[in-house]
Design a protein around this ligand. Structure first.
Ligand SMILES: Cc1ncc(COP(=O)(O)O)c(C=O)c1O
Length: 500
């Protein structure tokens, strides 16, 4: 398998290579078929349970028409989406992927400076940098589990004088989620900025809170945009569609900049199909939340891994000190046909971290087997990685050129690029709570699940509590990141970190 894959494709740029580029490099044909037969993609975060096979058949049946004819103009497609989502069409603008909207938000609404937590989705840092804006990067700290602290961020925005703030909720790549009340508090505090963007591209995957979106808030505020990517939740990245919600004046500014036919016929057909497949979509989210739990439990069984709690459709993991994510990624794809996202080309995080898309159990078994194989090889090729009873004595092994020991700024090389960035310390001295005082948020409404393994079911919409990773007051700053809950209600309390 190793010779079949052009590993240099994985070393280019800030983003992963497309599935098409990868399969072509493995001898596949132009339409992405053939070549390496069963590449399992843990890299691109999309919903594996939606569209349903029936919906794909429907799309296939209409392929010729879809490809031959012009779609309706963007306003007509946007009206249909707004009606399905029960939004006022005047508050919506649809883009060819939310990346198109990010591009226009930058061109039209970000004038001089923007603040965002890092690590985050690369376009939120790279796009404004490419157009000469100052990007103030608020480092999320690994020793705080990448928790986003609203008060510390607001203080940072004030200290830097940033005119725009962008926050992803849940965040990519760590999957951290902030409850709606905290986001609203942030919007209140930053009401004087030119713009605050809340990127909710992964919010449909959240099960710790129902209706965590602040889209309705955006429609009645003067400076707020909520962004959504439809490719992720509907499992259709290739279609390229996303939308924003804002007050009518703000939404119109973006809509008017977009080409009349910026959406293709696939986007139109899918938007019209959605109205009839709401139940299947909800079911896909339930299945995915179950998979997220199962996958985190499976990964916790791999010696040396730290698994971060996530409310998105991916899990961030940290490899043991000294382990090299690039080497592991290359091993997994070339020997096991498993494609993972190593995070070294993201700002604010290193190659010691991998982002793994939530996938069904059979795929996860293959991933875990690949990781075990890798750790076994490291163990036998060096005398590192000795673990007893699941305890790591040494890291995976000394890997030449590994990034694992490098400080974030040096590994990413961005300290020298003139970016406005402060690695690790942000000058606000907020501390990691000495004890992660677990708290409970009363009144949390969860989703009922049937545990596929046991057949036991948890009551739908009736979970009373959700564990909070750190509800402690620390230096007056509240940390309010929600932990995942076991959807079956059967497993022991989630372990956030596996430490041997
Ligand atoms: C937080 C976030 N926003 C937006 C996007 C872009 O999505 P789209 O495919 O809709 O352009 C991504 C892609 O990964 C993302 O992670």
């Amino acid at each position: 398998m190793a010779d079949a894959i052009d590993l240099s494709l994985l070393r280019k740029g800030a983003h992963s290579p497309s599935y098409f580029a990868l399969t072509r490099s493995m001898g596949g044909s132009a339409n992405g078929q053939g070549g390496q037969p069963d590449l399992v993609d843990f890299c691109i975060p999309c919903n594996p349970y939606f569209p349903t096979p029936g919906m794909f058949q429907e799309l296939q049946g209409g392929l010729e028409t879809i490809l031959k004819y012009y779609p309706s103009d963007a306003d007509s497609i946007t009206s249909q989406l707004a009606s399905t989502l029960r939004l006022n069409p005047a508050t919506v603008a649809m883009g060819n992927g939310s990346t198109e909207l990010i591009t226009w938000i930058d061109h039209l609404l970000i004038r001089e400076s923007m603040a965002t937590p890092v690590p985050t989705f690369g376009r939120w840092t790279d796009q404004p940098l490419e157009t000469g804006k100052r990007v103030d990067m608020f480092q999320l700290r690994e020793d705080e589990d990448f928790e986003f602290n609203v008060d510390a961020f607001i203080a940072y925005v004030r200290a830097r004088g940033s005119r725009v703030a962008v926050v992803c909720n849940p965040n990519n790549p760590d999957g951290g989620y902030l409850p709606r009340s905290e986001i609203v508090r942030m919007l209140d505090e930053l009401a004087d900025l030119d713009l605050v963007v809340v990127d909710e591209s992964f919010i449909d995957f959240v099960d710790a809170e129902v209706n965590g979106s602040v889209a309705e808030e955006a429609t009645i505020r003067s400076n707020v945009i909520v962004l959504k990517s439809l490719g992720k939740n509907f499992g259709l990245h290739g279609v390229r569609f996303g939308y924003l919600v804002a007050n009518p004046a703000l939404a119109r500014i973006v809509r008017q900049a977009l080409p009349k036919w910026n959406l293709n016929s696939f986007a139109e057909i899918v938007v019209f199909m959605l109205a009839q497949h709401h139940e299947e979509y909800r079911e896909s989210l339930r299945l995915l939340a179950q998979d997220r739990w199962d996958m985190s439990q499976a990964l916790l069984g791999v010696p040396g891994l730290t698994v971060f709690s996530s409310q998105a459709n991916f899990l961030l993991i940290r490899l043991p000190d000294g382990a090299d994510g690039v080497d592991l990624r290359d091993h997994l794809i070339s020997r096991h046909g498993v494609f993972v996202r190593e995070c070294g080309n993201k700002l604010g995080i290193t190659s010691q971290f991998l982002r793994l898309v939530v996938r069904p159990q059979a795929d996860v078994q293959r991933l875990v087997a690949g990781m075990m194989d890798y750790s076994g090889r490291q163990e036998s090729s060096s005398n590192g990685y000795a673990h007893q009873n699941g305890t790591i004595g040494q890291p995976y092994g000394a890997v030449p050129g590994g990034y694992g020991q490098e400080p974030a700024a040096a590994a990413n090389g961005y300290a020298a690029n003139g970016y406005d960035h402060e690695p690790s310390t942000n000058g606000y001295g907020y501390q990691h709570p000495a004890a992660h005082a677990g708290g409970n948020v009363a009144g949390y409404v969860g989703v009922g699940y049937e545990n596929p393994a046991t057949g036991a079911s948890a009551p739908p919409f009736a979970r009373g509590n959700v564990t909070v990773a750190s509800g402690a007051e620390t230096n007056g700053a509240r940390h309010r990141r929600l932990e995942p809950v076991d959807p079956t209600g059967l497993a022991p309390a989630p372990q956030q970190r596996w430490a041997g």
